[in-house]
Design a binder for this molecule. Structure first.
Ligand code: IMP
Length: 192
């Protein structure tokens, strides 16, 4: 079975990705390949950070690798928090991050937003990027208990509930991550 490293130690992400890629690939986490420490993320776009992480690992381990980088992009905020999504309010505090986004939007502003994920896959044949987008709107307040990050303020297109009110099953059918990894899966299936 072809071994591929996914640049994460997040078990939730790992399971989600394993399900999408299927059992033709052995997806290994950073722990499983013996990587310790932090991956570099020094740029101002999701594309560059995703590439930087995958390239760093490929150079070090010389095996097929992929990484993902994702963020919330709000139209009225010129795409912010974007690449700064994880620590928009200064640290990794989801409530503070969401409150910052809500406070920056005035009542007349468009609520249009999207989650975007960029996956970078690298093997000996080259470097490939895949994008996944879920469009929606920013809710007027935080609603719902489930999920993580900005889920309580994101209402996906076609729904009236936030990601935090929808079940994980429903969310995972349409998430930006799912859409980007599905493109990777289609690519890998053609490659092999
Ligand atoms: P990462 O690139 O997957 O680590 O995501 C960066 C940040 O985006 C996370 O820390 C979350 O705050 C936010 N984020 C990414 N995906 C989601 C999601 O599906 N729901 C809510 N927030 C998300």
């Amino acid at each position: 079975m072809k071994k591929i490293c996914f640049a994460t130690n997040n078990l939730h992400k790992l399971e989600e990705v394993k399900t999408i890629l299927g059992d033709r690939f052995e997806v290994q986490s950073l722990n499983e390949i013996g990587f310790k420490g932090e991956l570099p993320e020094t740029h101002e776009t999701l594309e560059e950070n995703s590439l930087e992480k995958a390239q760093y690992l490929f150079d070090k381990f010389q095996m097929p690798v992929f990484s993902d980088d994702s963020g919330l992009e709000v139209v009225a905020l010129n795409g912010r928090p974007g690449v700064h999504t994880a620590h928009y309010a200064g640290d990794r505090n989801a409530v503070k991050n969401m409150d910052k986004v809500l406070s920056e939007l005035s009542p007349s502003d468009s609520r249009e937003a999207q989650f975007r994920a960029v996956v970078t896959y690298i093997d000996n044949s080259g470097v490939y990027q895949f994008e996944g987008i879920i469009k929606g709107t920013v809710a007027s307040e935080k609603i719902g208990e489930d999920g993580f990050g900005y889920d309580p303020i994101f209402i996906p297109e076609g729904y009236t509930k936030t990601f935090a009110e929808l079940s994980a099953e429903v969310k995972n059918t349409m998430s930006h991550r799912k859409r980007s990894v599905e493109k990777l899966a289609a690519f890998l299936n053609k490659l092999n």
